[in-house]
Design a protein around this ligand. Sequence first.
Ligand code: PMP
Length: 408
Amino acid sequence: VFTPAQVAQAPEDPLFGLMRAYRQDDFDKKIDLGIGAYRDNNAKPWILPVVRKADEILHNDPNLDHEYLPISGLANFTSAAQKLILGADSVAIKENRVTSLQTISGTGAVHLGALFLAKFHPRQPRPTVYLSNPTWANHNQIFTNVGLAIDKYPYFSPTTKGLDIDGMLSSLKSAPLGSIVVLHPCAHNPTGVDPTQEQWKQIASVIRERQHFPFFDCAYQGFASGDLARDAWAIRYFIDQGFETCVSQSFAKNFGLYGERAGAFHFVSGPGAEAQRATTNIASQLAILQRSEISNPPAYGSRIASIVLNDPKLYAEWEHDLRTMSGRIIEMRRGLRQRLEAKGTPGTWDHITSQIGMFSFTGLNEKQVQILREKWHVYMTKNGRISMAGLNTHNIDYFAEAVDSTVR
Ligand code: PMP
């Protein structure tokens, strides 16, 4: 019999717990560097100007209704999303070997991919999923919840505060043949450390040699460098090399559509005579999985993104908005490094500017994070990760002072 009283209490999600603690703190100089959501220079959520425009277009549309979307989502959205991430001239798109579904943002896309691999990967037992150490915490539970085993590959070097490329490559070399390897194509969460293009080539070559399956999780396209194509370079490179792969794509950060849950999952079959048939079959199975999980995805966020992505003028405005966000973050990186170096804060701080995207892995340890929270009312995750977007010209001096005092 099922005895509800036997269900143990689960711990609170650390990140959402941190947000709650921040909200309850009434200190006037408190700083939220926890969640990876963009904030403007007044620490306020930012509705992208282009999203406001798309919203107006949407609301003036006399044909708008609240009917269900198709199982695979809004077709204008998924086709634009595909071009956005794979490139409009992608050979895989031309050869009809990509299938795409709209998902519940990036999380839903990773989940759908994980579920698909758990059900349809031809090998028994299923291959292990290799995650970077560290990675976005949710990866662990998304893959284990569908019954896949997970393991780690080294990624971050605490000494250089950069990529441990040798550790990563040797671990991928010794992983069992045909493993699944989850890769962050840009703006790695939580470290902000990305491989260079040369390093991506080395990674691809080991993945090829070991017949691993690359699974790209892309949550920050356009956010890392401000350049959409550059941030998708790794994915496009792998596809050009003929890899079979899948991609999860989030529109939460780059459109500021966090709560609207707009995302897409793409499965790309490798080139060859079988590719089109394989892609059609995979699409049919993904549709059944999607139907049983969410039936069909939510409409609003995908309508907004679709309006922007399919209109060249709005698309250009969106690129401008992306540069506003990535530019402000880059400025905060410079400002923080400069302040810490000027104070002579013990340690090196060049990693603050060499890391990229929403996050910086500061190197602050758990004890220091605790002091920052208790004494200074600065909220960040225990691993020393800060969301750069939480800094602004009003609080950066206070934050630098807090770090300086804590580190000494
Ligand atoms: N993958 C990574 C690596 C992320 O950092 C995030 C956002 N924190 C996601 C996926 C998914 O985010 P969302 O579901 O909000 O799109």
